[in-house]
Ligand binder design. Sequence first.
Ligand code: BTN
Length: 251
Amino acid sequence: MSRNTASAPYFVELKETSSTNQYIKDHIENLKDVTVVYTDCQTAGRGSKGRSWMIEPGKGLALSVVFQDAPARILPTLPLVMGLSAAITLKKNGFDVSLKWPNDILLGGKKIAGLLCEGEWKGERGFVVCGIGLNLLQSAEDFQRSQLCYAGSILSQTGKHLDVDCWIKEFANQFWKDYRLLCQKGFSHFLSAYSEKCVTLGKELILLDHSKKILAKGEAIASDGRLICQTEKGTLLIHQADTLIQNNYEE
Ligand code: BTN
């Protein structure tokens, strides 16, 4: 482990860990506001919908940020803002990614990153841990072997490399700035920037309602982060990705 404690955000680099989100939860009393924990070897990472997110040594990045005194009301839109901060800083590095509502980052139609935000509250405030798993060097064969046909990495999608050390600093500063704006102004401040990058809008979608499939079209993002869809029965507001299957790839 190496630490840089000069000024916030603070950085903790781990040689290996089970999960950067879990590391933060286990050390929450000792981590300053705002701390970024990252590794290129994650052995038991958590993904959304109860799935796992492993990173073979050197092939990807697992990174989590902790905000120690966060308002509970921001949690539903925090992953969207985190995705936007990642997209902005990846674009600055030459990778023009798009966002699949609510938690995925796509490059050339493949998922290159996923986001998982978890919080623990005492009343209105608490700590929130925001994790991103970014695929860097995995090959198309690596993903086939793991039966992740919808996934890609920066290398497999572009043939290029990201300057990871540099990106970590850029991303941490962007996300910290965007987090403060989210607390002050709410998600409506990010609505147009998020919507511009969101490939879910205008797409034919399949929604799952208790295993019943409903055809829909992604229309807009609401100011509380929900997805507004049109169906033959009218407008639906979707809370979470569990109900959504997108036609271009299924997870
Ligand atoms: C997804 O399934 O799309 C979300 C994946 C989130 C993975 C990241 S990697 C860093 C952080 N630590 C974890 O255990 N999970 C998140």
